[in-house]
Design a protein around this ligand. Structure first.
Ligand code: PLP
Length: 404
């Protein structure tokens, strides 16, 4: 009989051969210091010794903060553990509305809308808008890329953080035959903090180019909300372009220590999305404990204490790595410690880990060949001693694997 199956063992072996096979490693908790286990498959979990985590996106360290935990608990008790239906049916609660009001207030927009994840927010928004042409930064997140695949008629990729290249591509498209079609809709899409490079999108320049051609700009603040801006409003706020970015989008799952995504913008945008974004319409409303936790985390983030502490830690680490002889890329709280060769990066990751510090090697195809790195992501809850341990581990490991 003909086999019309999927040969999954072969596919996994092929991934293994290409060094692309991934494994789950359960953690005991999401704290800045925790214990991990090798993938137990279906067996019991056997945790190792505590390790310092410089690898999470829980940037403000709020995922195990008592105030945020209590907010989640209260939401579960008073509203429910799940929304029970999509927002358009019976899953729209006062708590969702309160969170959306807070997000809109922080972002300086008329309204906000929460989705079940940042991924769903990106895919649903791009798909609902259905742009004729998207101009997308070459290093944008996978959820933006998937949104373009599903929703955009044509996608033009521009060079990373390069407004001149964007301008050139827009000019070429406008001059082309298709560019003369009346009423074409254009959308510029960019992350604001790029998660593997730790650099920032030049939003004022990108907005200026977009406006010249009448295009809209959508900024993904997944790694920036709560971390950048005087009110935690992200890079859009930090660079003072809230009035020029048409769509501010992000996640509740990183600095806001919860789960879910959001879109912030004007009334018409939100009203349209809640009608037309399929990932909103056909998905259960955000779980109330996630909404409660995100709301409390946003309140704490806006106060600024955790943010200040995070930036102190970032400076200590950047200075310390550079003093040891490492090159650190980027200009944000994400610190890519550059290595170069893929195998060297893996060796450094292992040597750092042997010294009790978790910082993942990022290698091709995630980043270009020859630019492998360790991605160090501190949390506001790391102590000075934790930072010292991390720096000592990197210095000793670098010498052990002959990179320093
Ligand atoms: C830039 C960016 N956008 C969107 C997402 C997706 O967010 P979520 O984890 O809430 O689905 C991520 C997270 O990994 C991200 O880094």
């Amino acid at each position: 009989m003909t086999d019309r199956g999927f040969a999954l063992d072969d596919r996994l072996r092929e991934r293994e051969a290409r060094d692309l096979r991934r494994h789950l490693n359960p953690a005991e908790s999401v704290a800045s210091k925790t214990r991990f286990a090798d993938d137990p498959k279906s067996g019991a979990i056997d945790f190792g010794d505590p390790e310092l985590v410089f690898a999470a996106n829980n940037y403000l360290g709020l995922a195990d903060d008592g105030r945020v935990q209590r907010a989640a608990e209260t939401a579960a008790r008073t509203v429910g553990t799940g929304a029970g239906a999509s927002r358009l049916v019976t899953g729209d609660t006062a708590l969702h509305r309160a969170l959306e009001r807070d997000l809109a207030d922080c972002k300086g927009t008329e309204r906000a809308l929460v989705f079940s994840s940042g991924y769903a927010a990106n895919v649903g928004t791009i798909d609902a808008l259905g742009p004729d042409v998207v101009f997308s930064d070459e290093l944008n997140h996978a959820s933006i890329i998937d949104g373009c695949r599903i929703g955009a008629t044509e996608t033009v990729v521009y060079d990373h953080c390069d407004p001149d290249d964007l301008a050139g591509r827009m000019a070429a498209r406008a001059d082309s035959e298709a560019g003369n079609v009346d009423g074409e809709s254009w959308l510029v899409l960019t992350d604001t903090v790029f998660s593997m490079d730790g650099d920032l999108a030049p939003l004022p320049e990108l907005c200026a180019v977009a406006k010249e051609y009448g295009a809209w700009v959508m900024a993904d603040e997944a790694h920036a909300t709560g971390v950048f801006g005087e009110d935690g409003g992200g890079v859009v706020q930090h660079q003072g372009v809230a009035d020029r970015v048409d769509i501010q989008l992000g996640t509740l799952s990183k600095a806001l220590a919860s789960q879910g995504g959001y879109v912030a913008g004007d009334e018409a945008l939100i009203e349209y999305l809640l009608n037309a974004a399929r990932t909103f319409v056909f998905s259960t409303g955000l779980a109330p404990p996630a909404a409660g936790a995100a709301r409390e985390a946003l309140r704490i983030a806006r106060e600024g204490e955790q943010r200040d502490r995070l930036w102190t830690t970032v400076e200590q680490l950047r200075d310390g790595f550079e003093a040891s002889g490492y090159e650190v890329a980027g200009e944000s709280h994400i610190l890519p410690v550059m290595v170069g060769d893929r195998r060297d990066a893996l060796a450094l990751e292992t040597a750092v880990r042997e010294r009790g510090v978790v910082a993942p090697a990022i290698r091709p195809p995630t980043v270009p060949v020859g630019t492998s790195r360790l991605r160090v992501a501190p949390m506001a809850t790391h102590t000075d001693d934790d930072v010292e341990t991390c720096l000592s581990a990197f210095a000793a490991a670098g010498k052990a694997v002959e990179l320093l």
